[in-house]
Each structure stands twice: as structure tokens, then as C-alpha cells.
Design a protein around this ligand. Structure first.
Ligand SMILES: [Ca+2]
Ligand SMILES: [Ca+2]
Length: 207
């Protein structure tokens, strides 16, 4: 009896000792003025460099590999690795962060491309711009041009076009198509070609 109790106590203690995988965030640079902080659903434009923790080798750099172009992604919808979703919240434009991401929150057991299985990763992230993601309630109403409570691809595309225009950016048609397709891939869960209000406001897995 005592032994069992001891085993249970040990198991509890052990469980408490095993840390949940977490992202370590180090703020390297912070702008003096910060009008807005990133939140889930926002679209972020970032430059990044990614390194393997074990030997420091770089596996990707947007400064070099992407024709020097920063990349857009939407925060908090698992478009990217979990470590980014967790590590890039509450960030200001112009802020630079270093993220140390355990493999479990990156590419895990599988690895990907130049990233071997079970790799912990280090990222240097530079936030260039934040835009409203197409996920807020206001966005939905704004996007649903014919008020039928569902969004067609055309409606989403038109919304993105106006959003980008508003911010003085020229984005060509094919880029919009790619963006729209990737949005529908994630949001149109029943694949009927429309994003319903329910699909739109559905909260994706907690992070
Ligand atoms: Ca509609
Ligand atoms: Ca649908």
C-alpha cells in the first residue's frame, strides 16, 4: 500500500517536473513608438532567419533566400509552426525578437527539408508590418458584400484587394489568388466553396 502511494506521489512529482515545451522569447530591439501590437488573426509581414539550435547552421533567411522579400503570414491560425504563433504575439512593428523553439512546437519528429527530425530551432524575426487579418466580425460584415452570411472567393478577394490598396500596396492578381486559395483551404471546412459565418468565427485550436 505504502509502495503504491509512493509510486503515485513520485508520478505526480515527476509530471510536475517535466516542463511543457515553451517558446523562449528574447526581445532584441523594441521601437520607441508602438501603436499596435500583434494579436491572433492579424497578418504579419516579417523578415526571418532560421537556425538549427544544435550547430547554429542557418536553414533559411528571407534576406537571402526569398529574393530579399519579407513574407506574410496570419498569426494564430497554425498557418506556420506553433512556435511562431506562440512567440510572435504582442509584437510591435519594428521590433526584433529571437525565438528559441523546441522541436515539438516546430517540425517535430518529421523534420522538414533542411531541418532534421527533432530539431530545436532558433529564429531571428523582424516585424515589418501588421494588417487586419480577414477574421474579425467587422471584417466579415465588410466582406459579405451581398449580405448572404457567407463569403465567396470573389468577396474575399475583393476585400483583400481593398485592404492592400488602403495601405498603399500594389499586389498583383495572382498573389491575391494564392492568398485567397490558402485562406479557403483553412477556413472552408466543409469545402462548399464558401466561408460561412460559423466557419469564419470558429476559434481554431487554442495554442
Ligand atoms: Ca456573401
Ligand atoms: Ca464552407
Amino acid at each position: 500500500m505504502k509502495l503504491i502511494l509512493l509510486a503515485v506521489l513520485l508520478a505526480l512529482a515527476w509530471g510536475a517536473l517535466i516542463p511543457e515545451p515553451e517558446v523562449q522569447i528574447e526581445v532584441m530591439e523594441k521601437p520607441f513608438i508602438c501603436k499596435r501590437r500583434t494579436k491572433y488573426g492579424d497578418m504579419l509581414l516579417i523578415h526571418f532567419e532560421g537556425f538549427l539550435e544544435k550547430n547554429g547552421s542557418q536553414f533559411h533567411s528571407t534576406y537571402k533566400d526569398n529574393n530579399g522579400q519579407p513574407v506574410w503570414f496570419t498569426l494564430g491560425i497554425k498557418e506556420v509552426i506553433k512556435g511562431w504563433d506562440k512567440g510572435l504575439k504582442d509584437m510591435c512593428v519594428g521590433e526584433k525578437r529571437k525565438l528559441a523553439i523546441p522541436a515539438a512546437l516546430a517540425y517535430g519528429k518529421e523534420g522538414k527539408g533542411k531541418i532534421p527530425p527533432e530539431s530545436n530551432l532558433i529564429f531571428h524575426i523582424d516585424l515589418i508590418e501588421i494588417r487586419n487579418g480577414p477574421r474579425s466580425h467587422e471584417s466579415f460584415q465588410e466582406m459579405d458584400l451581398n449580405d448572404d452570411w457567407k463569403l465567396s472567393k470573389e468577396e474575399v478577394k475583393e476585400y483583400l484587394r481593398l485592404e492592400f490598396q488602403k495601405h498603399g500596396n500594389q499586389v498583383n492578381d495572382s498573389q491575391h489568388d494564392i492568398l485567397v486559395e490558402s485562406i479557403f483551404e483553412k477556413e472552408d471546412e466543409d469545402s462548399d466553396g464558401y466561408i460561412s459565418a460559423r466557419e469564419f468565427t470558429y476559434i481554431h485550436d487554442e495554442l
